[in-house]
Design a protein around this ligand. Structure first.
Ligand code: ATP
Ligand code: MG
Length: 348
């Protein structure tokens, strides 16, 4: 397995990420040292529609990708000649978004005669835990085996990680992803898009015990999740008590968030205990949630389990995590540039 950077063993990769609505590029050495991490958010273009419009996403990627890559290289004080390869997200994601990053990576790799690595976006979220963590300088790199909860806008997956190149999906949501539930409930509460950060913020002033919302599948054996019943329960409550959206919005946000966090913590800690691992890693956009970070750490500590959480900027979509995944998976992801393809349904 590749180790931390050393003078003899340096692999500098340009990461490119355009799977959804963020245009991102980064320069990362040995899957650890982040020389630059640039992101152009498209939130302002999608906000008016209350969600991501695929057509707008792909157009915005096409307009900004070259400037984002140039800026990532400039911030890293590097040029294409300093690179050892290009890592690009090939899926899962929106086809029209993925194709922009893949086309640019392919062109650059052919023009500069560089190796290219086809990266699964979900592997990227997982390998965000291997990047340097300036928020916790002494935080240990993940030691396998561990359990990773990947909790994002499109996925809620529990992964048993046996080594950087071997993992198994042991649980997943049977309906909505947790991030999707945050976004849909935010819309019900009139909190705008993206919903996760808005609910996180508002929940700080609410009572998480004000409403007893359902914790889908929490008592079931196995490690699968369900969030659609929770979302529906919030909708039914608001339909029956529309005045609560004005008067008790913070309580609704806090109670909804508590139900999501409870289900995520319960299953993840149980999975780690059953697998006898002593480390849980958190990944994906919902890993930015303050209550999930705090509560998972608190409950896991009671069970003698350590929790690794990437810095906020590496939880939501970014290109540094794509470069890290390519580094750790090495030849598993390397393809000839002319064979690079998008794979919108790329599975774990
Ligand atoms: N502080 C937060 N609390 C809760 N959810 C959050 C927070 N910050 C971001 N999110 C949610 O994270 C999601 C975005 O995460 P991410 O960028 O990883 O998802 P994605 O890339 O769209 O989906 P996927 O990675 O599954 O393809 C959104 O649903 C957003 O609401
Ligand atoms: Mg993502």
């Amino acid at each position: 397995m590749p180790g931390r950077p050393s003078p003899e063993n340096k692999m500098r990769l340009l990461g490119i990420e355009t799977s959804c609505d963020d245009t991102a590029a980064a320069v990362v050495v040995d899957g650890y040292t982040v020389e630059s991490n640039v992101l152009a958010s498209q939130d302002e273009f999608h906000r008016a529609y209350g969600g991501i419009v695929p057509e707008i996403a792909s157009r915005q990627h096409a307009e900004t990708i070259n400037a984002v890559i140039e800026l990532a290289l400039r911030k890293a004080r590097r040029g294409f000649d300093d690179l050892d390869g290009i890592a690009v997200t090939c899926g899962p994601g929106l086809p029209g978004s993925l194709v922009v990053g893949v086309a640019v990576a392919q062109a650059a790799a052919l023009a500069r005669d560089l190796p290219v690595f086809a990266v699964n976006h979900l592997h990227g979220h997982l390998f965000a835990n291997y990047l340097e963590n300036r928020e916790q300088p002494n935080h240990p790199p993940p030691v396998t085996p561990f359990v990773c909860l990947v909790v994002s806008g499109g996925h809620t997956d529990l992964i048993a990680v046996e080594s950087p190149s071997r993992h198994r999906v042991i649980g997943r949501t049977l309906d909505d992803a947790a991030g999707e539930a945050f976004d849909k409930v935010a819309r019900i509460l009139g909190l705008g898009f993206p919903g996760g950060p808005a609910i996180d913020q508002l929940a700080r002033s609410g009572d998480p015990r004000a409403f007893d919302f359902p914790r889908g599948l929490i008592r079931n054996a196995g490690y699968d999740f369900s969030f659609s019943g929770l979302k529906t329960a919030v909708r039914y409550h608001v339909d029956a008590h529309p005045e609560d959206v004005e008067r008790r919005c913070a309580d609704l946000a806090a109670s909804f968030q508590a139900a999501v966090v409870d289900a995520l913590c319960e299953k993840t800690i149980r999975a780690a205990g059953d697998a006898s691992v002593t480390t849980i890693a958190l990944a994906g956009g919902v890993a930015a949630n303050s209550s999930l970070r705090t509560e998972l750490r608190r409950r896991a500590a009671d069970a003698g389990i350590a929790v690794l959480v990437p810095p906020l900027a590496y939880c939501t979509d970014n290109a540094a995590m794509i470069a890290a995944a390519a580094f750790y998976r090495g030849e598993q992801g390397q393809v000839r540039p002319q064979d690079l393809r998008i794979d919108p349904n790329f599975a774990w």
